[in-house]
Design a binder for this molecule. Structure first.
Ligand SMILES: C[S@@+](CC[C@H](N)C(=O)[O-])C[C@H]1O[C@@H](n2cnc3c(N)ncnc32)[C@H](O)[C@@H]1O
Length: 283
């Protein structure tokens, strides 16, 4: 629905309201921040002049959004832990739920860690940990070279490149390049969508890289690898902090209990009350 511009005064509020009820206010603001290259607050306090070209540009951004393109791919930017991250179609879009993993580590009493971020994607976990915990060292790995390039850019953007080592490879295989692959914590938000669920994913999610979503037949492939191999890369009494999918808790407990070397320390719920993260200790 395109409203008649003749009857409306052309200021930012006109643009904010133009697609109200069709596109959410938050997404509208994100697109306008991108269009005017400004902070959200500026939309409300600065006086932007709106001409026809700007309105047409705005309409084209809205049309991409209405065609199912995630707003973060349109703007090339996603917010995570209050920081801006570059994202492209090669990277998974960081989700607010994943902030739980970072907050758990921030609130942990032991603050001097070597941390491994497996499946780093845009580097949102690795970079925010390095930024917010100046004493830690981080190693971040991913199988996607394109995603790793973006993660490296994000580390540079937040001035933490010197404290994060990035390696490419299949799960733990990437660590063959690390001189000292022993960590106090392994943190991971792996692909955990079941193959059978793919046709039912939201259109927006379908535009994210399949490799970032596909957790195999039952969604648990990566947890099995982590349960089997992590002890070789963990310091004594090290821990694993995992994001988990809806309803996966019991299956994960079963997988980790097979090895008799782990204890489930904590299950953490997200803002919707869904069990979203699991903290596992190596005994
Ligand atoms: C769900 S995304 C998580 C990205 C980011 N850590 C986050 O929390 O937003 C999963 C990531 O795992 C990576 N990945 C997929 N298969 C992999 C594999 N076999 N080895 C290492 N990384 C893999 C994908 O490229 C993707 O970046």
């Amino acid at each position: 629905m395109i409203l008649s511009s003749k009857t409306c005064k052309r200021d930012v509020f006109y643009l904010i309201n133009k697609y109200s009820g069709i596109v959410s206010k938050v997404e509208t603001e994100m697109l306008l921040e991108y269009l005017f290259n400004c902070a959200r607050i500026d939309l409300y306090i600065r006086n932007f002049s709106i001409n026809e070209t700007i309105e047409e540009l705005y309409d084209s951004l809205i049309s991409r959004r209405l065609n199912g393109e995630p707003v973060q791919y349109i703007t090339g930017c996603a917010e995570f832990m209050g920081l801006d991250f570059i994202v492209t179609k090669d990277t998974f879009i960081p989700r607010p739920e994943t902030e739980i993993l970072v907050n758990e580590l921030l609130n942990s009493p032991d603050k001097s860690f070597r941390i491994l971020d497996l499946c780093t994607g845009s580097g949102n976990i690795a970079v925010s940990l390095a930024k917010l915990m100046p004493q830690i060292e981080v190693t971040a790995t991913d199988i996607s070279e394109a995603a790793l390039k973006i993660a490296e850019k994000n580390a540079a953007r937040h001035n933490v490149s010197e404290r994060i080592k990035f390696y490419k490879g299949n799960v733990f295989n990437a660590l063959v390049f690390d001189k000292n692959p022993k960590f106090d914590i392994i943190v991971c938000n792996p692909p955990y969508v079941k193959k059978a669920e793919f046709p039912y994913l939201q259109n927006e999610v379908k535009q994210e890289p399949e490799i970032a979503l596909n957790g195999g037949g039952d969604g648990l492939d990566f947890y099995r690898i982590i349960a089997k191999e992590s002890h070789r890369y963990l310091e004594k009494c090290g821990s694993i902090l995992l994001e988990i999918g809806f309803g996966q808790k019991q299956a994960l407990k079963d997988i980790f209990s097979l090895y008799n070397i782990f204890e489930i320390h904590k299950i953490i719920k997200d803002f919707s009350g869904i069990e979203r993260a699991m903290w596992i200790n190596l005994l």
